[in-house]
Ligand binder design. Sequence first.
Ligand SMILES: C[S@@+](CC[C@H](N)C(=O)[O-])C[C@H]1O[C@@H](n2cnc3c(N)ncnc32)[C@H](O)[C@@H]1O
Length: 295
Amino acid sequence: MTRYKRERLAMAVECTVIEHYRHGALEDALLKGLAAAGKDVNNLTPDDLAPADEFHIGGRQATIDFAAEFKPSADTHWLDIGSGLGGPSRYVAHTYHCRIIGVDLSEEYVGVAGSLSRRVGLGGKVSYRQASALALPFENNTFDGAYMQHVGMNIADKAKLFGEVHRVLKPGGIFAIYDVMRGNDGIFSYPVPWASAAETNFVEAPATYRAQLAAEGFEVVKERNRRDFAMDLFSALQAKVIQAGGSSKFGLQIVMGANTSQKVGNMISMIERGTVGPVEMICRRIEVNPHAENM
Ligand SMILES: C[S@@+](CC[C@H](N)C(=O)[O-])C[C@H]1O[C@@H](n2cnc3c(N)ncnc32)[C@H](O)[C@@H]1O
């Protein structure tokens, strides 16, 4: 396939990804959900938002565990790739006293992330821009570190993605990944939280990530399979819902829409069967010699 065709295809995929995540009136729906759950929407904290603004397996707890693996130093500058509604960036910036820029394809998510951050008083620490992870709008060597959570599943060209992250990181910078990855060749059921159909699902095995990361100049310093963490959490959540006689009025169902239970049900079944599972990889930028093959 020519480069032109590859780029046209990637742009078409990005339009379908934006459509998959589109809500239309998300901020309003979130505020209504918060009010229904008994929160004062004019006096919110980052923790109040956590049930709905951490859009990945394990929610806030997963972000706490993930960030503890790379612990940004105070006053460093980090990039959140596919920042969603901004829950992870608000938690990381607030906890580790660093600055974060999030990029996301969805204009709607970027707007909501900024607005929620201002509501909880973190507008000076985090900011968001609409952009593709495949064309990051930053100079070379800009960030001390970068991370992404549950984004790689929407991106076919992992080499281009990792190459872009490598370019904008400073030498030695950390790139942390928490994605859903392939476990076996089992059949895929749709919809799932990140894709309505196969055309925007690019889940890959950890070995593929490792190979592409190495080719783009990253060393994987730690890898952790989060399947058991996820399964324990799903059981605990199910028990909580049964005990409470239903789901809380403020949760990710507001973001995922009417077919939330189908999306989550398909994902959990595939995790149970080992077809997919959440995996963390902590990587470090190393230098690559682009002429090495010709020497
Ligand atoms: C499942 S959500 C995760 C959001 C956030 N990382 C979190 O954990 O709360 C996936 C996000 O990735 C974004 N995304 C997908 N493909 C992208 C791309 N090529 N460039 C930038 N963002 C992308 C989507 O718009 C969506 O907000």
